[in-house]
Every structure is written in C-alpha cells, then in structure tokens.
Design a protein around this ligand. Structure first.
Ligand SMILES: Nc1ncnc2c1ncn2[C@@H]1O[C@H](COP(=O)(O)OP(=O)(O)O)[C@@H](O)[C@H]1O
Ligand SMILES: [Mg+2]
Length: 334
C-alpha cells in the first residue's frame, strides 16, 4: 500500500471540525488552575512544560487537548503519545473525560511503540519487513542464545545492552564502532549482538526496541511516507517526556520538521533517559534551540536533569528567567 494522499496535510488550516464547541463550556469540565491553564493554552510551536510528580501534568495535557479542540483543531489531528500502555490508557481516559466523550476511540492516543507498530503492520515493506513479520517476546529473544548454547554471565542483561544500543539507533556494526577495544564485556556483548541480529533477520522478526527506529528509518528513506505519517496531524502532545529515548526523539523530530506543533510535559525531578553519546556542546544546544528544536536539544543533552538544562539555556541567553518554569512551567525560545 502506498501512503494515502488524502491524509495530506492542509497546512495552516487547522480550524475545521469542532469549532462550535465553546472554550468556556469545555474548560468547566476541567478546571485547570491558572498555571496549568497557561501551560495548556501556550502558543509556541514547541513547548516543554516542566513540573513535579503529581502536580497535574497529565491533567494539563488533557487540558491542552481540550484547549486545541476549543480552538477549532479537529481532534483526530492531535496525536498524544507516551511510553507505557498504562500511562497511555490513563491519558486516553483523561482526554475523553475532559472532552466529555464516552471514549477516545476515534483519537490517536498511544504509546510510541503502539503508534509506530501500527504503521509497521500497515506498510511492512516500507520498513524492509515481510508481510507477516513477527514481534519476538523475551522468551523468543532468549531462545536465540540458549539454542546456540551461548551463556551470558555478566550483571547487565545482554538483552538490555542490545535494546539500549537499538534505542540509540545503533545496529551491531554501529555498536562495534562505539565500544572500546579493551572493554572485554562489551566486546563479548557485540558477539551476542551479531548472532542476535542475524537470527532476527533470518526469522524475519523484530523485537520491541526495533519498532520506533524501523519506522524512523523507513520515513527517512521515503519522504512521501514520512509526509503521509506526519501530515495526518497538526499537533503532537507527549506525556512523561523525561522518559524519551533517542530513537523516539528522532520520531518526534520528524513531526517537528514537518511543521507539526509539539507540546510536551515532563517531570523536572527525574533524570532524563541516560545514554552514552558525545556530550552536547553549548554551541549545538544554541543552534538547535534557535532552530526551534528545543525539545530535541534538551533531550539530546543526556544524563542531565531538565532543570539543569534550563539553567544552561538561561546562561546562554536563549531563555529568560521569566520564560521558565516560574509560573507556567513552559520553556520557550526567546
Ligand atoms: N487543577 C486541578 N484540579 C483538581 N484536581 C487536579 C488538578 N490538577 C491535578 N489534579 C489531580 O491531581 C492528581 C495528580 O494529577 P496528574 O495530572 O495525574 O499529575 P501528574 O501527571 O503530574 O502526575 C490527579 O488526581 C488529578 O485529578
Ligand atoms: Mg502523569
């Protein structure tokens, strides 16, 4: 199947659909406090809202959804993403309740994996997969090694090492380029990775960590496919943004690059997803931020707390104290 041309994006025309619903009516259902309300109604193309646990982040995301619908955005053109099934279900019911709908069935509220997997199933050949590709679960993954009498005896789980590399968009060759020659454990992990990669390929199977990177690569190979995916939405909302990994950042970046607005909420009290990569230079941070890639820049600055990044953005003069967390919890350029 080729991408549906009818999914094409009508840029700048997102005020169709449910414009008859009055903001006042909807907001009564929700009752966001003033800071949440400001965050929900923020106008930038990229917004990162920072707040602590239990402070109402998911509530505010649901409020953002309601706000957009109140502004006339078609609710099916809003993509809301998070990381776990449980969080996605919660987000879905909060949004449905906030919109006073019986269900969120016609809306795109999903996990990153669920969203990407649906696309892979729909167009497997575009990702280089066979029509009936399998998604292997943990026992099937472990069987690759046990059936070959390969035993891994280190503390760190070999499947986690492999998944960690894949989440950083590395295949076995990329992983090989990254490890130190004198790191015995990782050199052995590389052997396992190669065997694993071949076994998966021979079986025409993928694993959980492949899902998002496979979609991103397919989008990069076929701009028309990328346009069909990103063109289906005007807004992407992300909950639990502190949990994002590099592959997921890449997916979000494809939407941002296509002109889709990004609004994300994250916990400023938790460490960002940690991954080993070159440190992000201030210069790069500046460039990305000024290019409107605030979120990606922030996520790329791995192993730092969002609050530390925020301090850095202030120091670099990219944002002012007033623009940050202070009242509305929104980080924005300028
Ligand atoms: N403005 C509000 N008015 C009333 N209750 C709220 C408000 N904001 C959040 N809550 C409640 O606080 C609790 C935590 O909110 P939640 O959005 O889940 O926080 P977080 O996502 O930051 O963990 C929930 O029970 C939620 O209903
Ligand atoms: Mg939450």
């Amino acid at each position: 199947m080729t991408p549906d041309p009818h999914e094409g994006r009508h840029h700048g025309d997102n005020r169709q659909g449910v414009g008859h619903i009055l903001m006042a009516d909807i907001m009564n259902v929700n009752a966001l406090d003033p800071a949440q309300q400001r965050a929900a109604a923020a106008t930038g193309n990229i917004q990162l809202v920072l707040a602590g646990p239990g402070s109402g982040k998911t509530t505010t995301l649901a409020g953002r959804f309601v706000h957009l619908v109140g502004q006339g955005v078609d609710r099916t053109r809003i993509l809301a993403l998070t990381f776990t099934r449980k969080a996605a279900d919660e987000m879905k019911s909060r949004i449905a309740a906030a919109l006073d709908l019986p269900s969120a069935a016609d809306m795109s509220v999903a996990t990153f994996h669920g969203f990407a997997f649906r696309h892979l199933r729909r167009n497997p050949q575009l990702a280089g997969l066979s029509e009936r590709f399998q998604l292997w679960d943990t026992p099937q993954q472990r069987h690759i090694f046990s059936s070959r009498r390969m035993w891994w005896n280190e503390d760190a789980d070999i499947l986690e090492i492999i998944a960690g590399a894949k989440e950083r968009l590395l295949d076995a060759a990329g992983f090989a380029a990254e490890i130190q020659p004198d790191d015995e454990v990782l050199r052995r992990a590389l052997e396992f990775f190669r065997v694993y990669e071949n076994a998966l390929r021979d079986a025409g199977a993928i694993d959980f960590a492949d899902i998002v990177p496979l979609l991103v690569r397919a989008m990069d190979r076929k701009p028309g496919y990328a346009a069909a995916i990103t063109g289906a939405y005007d807004h992407v909302l992300v909950d639990e943004y502190q949990d994002i990994n590099p592959g997921q950042v890449e997916l979000v970046d494809r939407f941002v690059a296509a002109g889709v607005s990004l609004w994300a909420v994250g916990d400023d009290d938790q460490t960002l997803y940690a991954f080993r990569a070159a440190d992000v230079e201030d210069e790069l941070l500046c460039a990305e931020f000024q290019a409107g890639k605030a979120i990606a820049a922030i996520a790329a600055a791995h192993e730092r707390k969002i609050a530390a990044i925020t301090a850095r953005l202030i120091r670099l003069g990219l944002i002012t104290e007033d623009g940050v967390v202070a009242e509305d919890g929104v980080v924005r350029p300028g």
